[in-house]
Design a protein around this ligand. Structure first.
Ligand code: FAD
Length: 317
């Protein structure tokens, strides 16, 4: 079922989770171990992130270096199929522009369609580590908007081969990313939001946001979206703070602010266990307020912390 159908049929705020594929070499059981404690909350859907390959330099025996390509977390499409099969829940694979040609994207979409996956979250992806800026693949997409076009075309039965007639029309429900605190490359929030509006005008069915720790930022973002005529559902992306290190890591990696009250409480903590307690309580309060505000879904980035998310959701539903 599509994410938008779940939202349309819901009588209360829905819950959804986001997981990462395990590191290469681990089994699918690690995904089930991660999700098992969360399935009692009957998530409407589960997102599975996509991770592009990275370039590494491997030392040869003669002392010179060889550039190799390594994908540390493969398996997004297969995990979606496994999760749908194992739990009878909808899966939302993330699809990125980075590292994909249009042909590879088309093949991935065909696989997803054959597997009965009804949803995709289309994203640009970031530059690979050690590379200064995002560059599309030859014959790839530069912006999420272009990838979105390709999915919309397939939903209209249009494939890359122009002479392919009567191609099956896929029915993907398409999500896109939004940034309450602005995407880090955008010159300002208004410009960033004008591109978000274009993604919606070109066929995005809903928006999932980057994580944020100050609900007011989300409320302001929703207000601005509505004023601009963006009417699709806006789903908040939520993550708990669990370590002191995240006070500097999260702003650097995700370009989000940590509110002063939260930072002050975390700085008082002696151990990361204490930080986890503070972060859990903060996320419970954030979730309750967002529920009260009327968000359609509370979407939790579980990121290796299913037990924290379990405590949060238990306190909120
Ligand atoms: P875009 O919408 O393409 O925007 C990128 C930048 O370009 C922005 O600054 C925007 O303002 C600007 N822009 C957009 N369109 C245009 C245009 N037409 N012309 C000029 N400028 C334009 N990354 C992964 O690698 N894998 C994942 O699984 C993943 N999951 C994510 C899930 C969520 C909910 C979020 C919020 C992010 C996720 N990311 C993931 C990270 C994401 O790929 C990065 O934030 C990336 O830098 C931007 O992706 P986007 O889809 O927002 O890009």
């Amino acid at each position: 079922m599509k994410v938008t159908e779940h939202i349309a049929q819901a009588k209360d705020t829905l819950i959804s989770f986001e997981i990462l594929p395990p590191l290469k070499g681990k089994s699918i059981e690690s995904i089930y171990d991660h999700l098992d404690p969360l399935m009692a909350f009957k998530p409407a859907f589960i997102n599975v992130t996509y991770h592009r390959s990275e370039h590494m330099f491997k030392k040869r025996s003669d002392g010179t270096f060889e550039k190799v390509e390594i994908r540390k977390r493969p398996g997004t499409v297969a995990i979606c199929a496994a999760v749908m099969n194992h739990y009878n829940v909808d899966a939302v694979p993330h699809l990125i522009c980075g590292g994909f040609s249009r042909e590879e994207t088309e093949n991935a979409l065909i696989d997803l369609n054959f597997l009965g996956v009804d949803n995709v979250l289309v994203l640009r992806g970031d530059a690979p580590k050690n590379e200064p800026s995002f560059e599309p693949e030859p014959h790839g997409h530069r912006y999420a908007e272009e990838l979105l076009h390709q999915v919309v075309n397939m939903n209209n039965g249009m494939y890359l081969e122009e002479d392919l007639q009567g191609g099956v029309k896929t029915k993907f429900c398409i999500g896109v990313a939004g940034y309450p605190e602005k995407h880090f490359e955008a010159p300002n929030l208004a410009t960033d939001m004008s591109y978000l509006k274009r993604k919606v005008e070109n066929g995005a069915d809903y928006i999932i946001t980057q994580m944020f720790f100050d609900n007011q930022k989300f409320f302001d973002f929703v207000k601005k979206c509505r004023e601009m005529g963006i009417t699709v559902p806006i789903i908040p992306g939520l993550k708990p703070m669990t370590t002191r290190k995240q006070l500097t890591v999260l702003p650097r990696a995700f370009h989000v602010d940590i509110p002063n009250d939260l930072a002050t409480e975390i700085l008082k903590c002696k151990t990361d266990k204490d930080v986890e307690l503070v972060g859990t309580e903060w996320l419970i309060q954030q979730s309750k307020e967002l529920k009260e505000f009327g968000v359609p879904v509370l979407h939790y980035y579980t990121l290796g912390k299913p037990e924290v998310i379990r405590k949060v959701v238990e306190a909120v539903v």
